[in-house]
Design a protein around this ligand. Structure first.
Ligand SMILES: [Zn+2]
Ligand SMILES: [Zn+2]
Ligand SMILES: [Zn+2]
Length: 189
């Protein structure tokens, strides 16, 4: 088995994504119990985003910050139109292009990730480096866990080589059931 280096939530801000040379897997964000203090998650995410933008000389404008905050309203993904709806309720005269530009900015900084299978966005638990996410998505409650596993990306890179295929991103989405939903299902079944 590989030497799995599982980090704890909240992740240590000094944690770096492992490089290709050290085959490790880190849990970026796990399935959290509904009882956890989510206000802390939001606070940490916003503080971290401000620090990262400072460091990378990126501008976390009020609209970008608000969109990030809306994405972090829970650990379930949120779609662009739901974000737009909330901004409108906030009294913002935001138009879809404004929201899409903010989402593009946040995604390119790895502060959020777009989940193609759900056409929705999720906050990243460790945006300390720009990266592609690897996700486990519960198809029942839509909660999401993110990992970073260099063994998987290495495996795909080798297979792509064999096939003569150029990989442009190692974003992976895996659908299934989280343990909470699985438990509920087995109780009702
Ligand atoms: Zn939370
Ligand atoms: Zn991430
Ligand atoms: Zn679930």
């Amino acid at each position: 088995m590989l030497g799995y280096n599982i980090t704890k939530w909240p992740p240590d801000p000094s944690h770096r994504h492992p490089t290709m040379t050290s085959q490790t897997a880190s849990v970026i964000s796990r399935f959290l119990p509904s009882t956890h203090d989510h206000s802390r998650c939001i606070e940490t995410a916003l503080e971290r985003a401000a620090a990262i933008c400072d460091l990378r000389r990126l501008r976390l404008t009020p609209i970008r910050r608000r969109v990030l905050e809306l994405i972090w309203r829970s650990h379930a993904p949120i779609g662009a139109y739901a974000i737009l709806g909330q901004l409108t309720r906030d009294g913002h005269k935001a138009m879809p292009p404004t929201v899409y530009r903010a989402l593009e900015f946040l995604s390119s900084a790895s502060l959020v990730h777009r989940l193609d299978s759900l056409n929705a966005y999720i906050g990243c638990g460790d945006p300390s480096e720009v990266h592609n996410g690897q996700f486990f998505i519960c198809h029942k409650c839509e909660s999401v866990a993110e990992i970073h596993d260099t063994a998987t990306t290495g495996l795909f890179a080798r297979q792509a080589d064999t096939l003569g295929f150029h990989i442009e991103g190692s974003h992976i989405e895996i659908s299934g059931l989280c343990s909470r939903c699985e438990k509920k299902e087995s109780l009702s079944g």
